[in-house]
Write a protein that binds this ligand. Structure first.
Ligand code: GTP
Length: 596
């Protein structure tokens, strides 16, 4: 808001903290790059001491069992079970409730025994049973379910896995039985590694991801602290958004289960969709707050609010144990975020000129989220689950760009405030800018407005103020004016201007509002003043105001004030405590019906 010099100091604190957020975001991006570097490359299906994360699909054949009735005894019979060579397109079957059997020969190199580990690619796989068959007999059975606690896993690792000590000079035919118990997305990309090599790899992976989540947590705490110190909701909401974002990736990586809920297997199945919903709800909440959609476009704000309500219902339904509907809805929730850049652009056109970095941030994240959903839901793209890692990387880039977007918003506010630091342009009593400011500086403030952007003006006049002076004295009258100025200030967005225009008269200049929005704001203001009486030790005085609203055409402030004055006069004449709008096209005044 353009009224107190104290804001400058607060804004400087905002900027210092925001730069700290930027540094942390950069650190997180660096972590993610490291993660990409350590994700090992593939060698051969024959396990050697160098085997690390080798994908098995190239050497495997596949059998898809839609009935889910087959057992290992059925599938080892080649006549009963027609396996076919596996192709890359088999890796991501999309949403499926089938049972999948993968079959491949496995041995160790030369005469060395090897302890190997086979693991899934995604954390949300329901089961992955491994059978080792020799001479038509099952000689080893490893049953792995996500319902088991982590202590029951072969290796205490974030993904379903089997380890086996493979003797030298022994060849098995390995069968992997995998799928989802209820239709959902899955990946059949199963990898194999030498255990010693893998443990070294997973330690590095853990360290990098630990740094990643540590940086997430720090970023979140700083934002929350910033919100608390500066009494600014936007940072608290940003912090909440970062929390759900970190949880989303923590769940998808399987780290949340490994480190936070290692004993709570069944929780895994039930939590993914809830996290998807929570993430979408918080992303929309941050956008509503950052873009100030409530003031800029109440209709858009209402739509976003309803979308949040639908997603909240999704969470409730999921908590009641219903599976299919919330599953699809949760994917829609993630995909709906792809529209946030459009929302950002719409608000940018409507006056949120600070939203450039917000739009860029969401374009990047939206593309990768869209590709991840496409990879998870269908087989249309070749890259398997790689878009998921790209989206995790994009999430970091996004948190960096959103911090930049917050800085941009605060900076714009800062530059506007610095224009009003001269005392001569401030009203001493209320600390609002004064009439001189409006006459001299308003053109400067709005110079960066585009031609198609429109402004509106609201003239606000206290009702029966003379009576207040007469009844309680001039000193109380002064305090009541300060109270009224504060009440109006509370209802003002940072990019708007509020000034004391005369004795008990105030002017509010709003940026890029359509007529319906201005009417709503005027009505809300009228109502707000009435419900916030002045209080001191002795008196409680209920106030009311009359308001005259009009658009500012051709940047002509003088004419706009004349029009608004006509509307205000009308509001006074029909009984006060009313808002009226002057329509320049018809030169008529309309009473704004209460929408509250
Ligand atoms: N205490 C105090 N009173 C002020 C100040 N500036 C103007 N006023 C008083 O505000 C009152 C305005 O009175 P009027 O213009 O008659 O309007 P009103 O009593 O509010 O009646 P309506 O506007 O018709 O509802 C006058 O009594 C002024 O003396 C100020 O800075 N402090």
């Amino acid at each position: 808001m353009l009224h107190t010099i104290d804001h400058l100091a607060i804004l400087k604190t905002h900027i210092i903290f925001l730069h700290l957020l930027l540094v942390l975001s950069l650190l997180k991006i660096f972590n993610c790059l490291l993660l990409l570097l350590v994700s090992g490359s593939c060698f051969s299906i024959t396990v050697s001491k160098d085997t690390l994360n080798q994908a098995i699909w190239q050497d495997a054949s596949i059998f898809i069992d839609a009935s889910r009735q087959t057992t290992i005894e059925d599938v080892i019979d080649p006549i009963k079970t027609p396996f076919r060579p596996m192709i890359k397109g088999d890796l991501n079957p999309g949403v499926s409730g089938n049972k999948y059997w993968l079959k491949f020969p496995i041995r160790t190199d030369f005469d060395d025994p090897h302890h190997w580990i086979m693991h899934a690619e995604v954390s949300y796989l329901d089961y992955m049973n491994v059978y080792l068959v020799s001479d038509g007999e099952v000689v080893h059975r490893y049953i792995n379910s996500d319902q088991d606690s982590f202590a029951q896993r072969s290796l205490d690792y974030r993904l379903l896995n089997t380890t086996h000590f493979h003797p030298a000079n022994t060849q098995y035919t390995a069968y992997v039985e995998t799928g989802m118990l209820k239709a959902d997305t899955l990946s059949l990309n199963i990898r194999i590694s030498d255990v010693v090599k893998f443990e070294r790899f997973s330690k590095r992976e853990q360290m990098i991801l630990g740094m990643f989540f540590g940086a997430c947590l720090t970023l979140m705490l700083i934002s929350a602290l910033l919100g608390w110190i500066l009494r600014s909701n936007i940072y608290v909401i940003y912090s909440g958004y970062l929390l759900t974002n970190a949880f989303l990736w923590g769940f998808l990586n399987g780290y949340v289960f490994q480190f936070l809920f290692p004993q709570f297997g069944p929780f895994i199945n039930h939590s993914y969709h809830i996290v998807y919903f929570a993430f979408a709800i918080m992303a929309i909440q941050f956008s509503r707050s950052y873009l100030e959609t409530k003031n800029l476009s109440p209709t858009l704000d209402k739509i976003l609010k309803w979308i949040q309500i639908v997603f909240t219902i999704g969470i409730i339904i999921r908590l009641f144990g219903i599976y299919a509907f919330p599953t699809y809805l949760s994917f829609i929730a993630i995909l709906s975020l792809c529209f946030l850049p459009v929302v950002g652009y719409f608000c940018f056109i409507k006056g949120a000129t600070y939203a450039k970095w917000y739009i860029v941030a969401w374009v990047i994240y939206a593309i990768t989220l869209f590709l991840s959903a496409l990879a998870a839901l269908s087989n249309t793209i070749e890259w398997g689950m790689k878009p998921l890692l790209a989206a995790q990387f994009a999430s970091l880039l996004e948190s960096f760009l959103l911090a930049l977007a917050l800085i941009e918003k605060v900076k714009q506010l800062n530059s506007e405030i610095s224009i009003v630091t001269q005392d001569s342009m401030r009203d001493e009593l209320t600390q609002l800018v004064n009439r001189r400011f409006l006459n001299n500086k308003i053109t400067q403030i709005f110079k960066h407005l585009r031609h198609d952007e429109s402004l509106s003006l609201i003239l606000i006049d206290a009702d029966f103020f003379k009576q207040i002076n007469d009844q309680y004295g001039h000193t109380v009258g002064d305090k009541v004016l300060i109270h009224l100025a504060d009440t109006i200030r509370e209802m003002t967005r940072p990019q708007d201007v509020v000034a004391r225009y005369g004795g008990e008269e105030f002017v509010m200049i709003l940026r890029t509002f359509d007529q319906e929005s201005v009417k709503t704001i005027a009505e809300r203001l009228r109502h707000h003043v009435k419900t916030k009486p002045y209080k001191d030790e002795q008196y409680e005085i209920t106030l009311s105001v009359s308001l005259g609203v009009c658009p500012i055409e051709g940047r002509d402030l003088t004419q706009a004030i004349q029009y608004a004055d006509i509307a205000l006069y009308h509001a006074k004449s029909i009984g006060r405590d009313t808002a009226c709008i002057y329509i320049p096209e018809t030169h008529k005044v309309d009473v704004i019906a209460s929408t509250l």
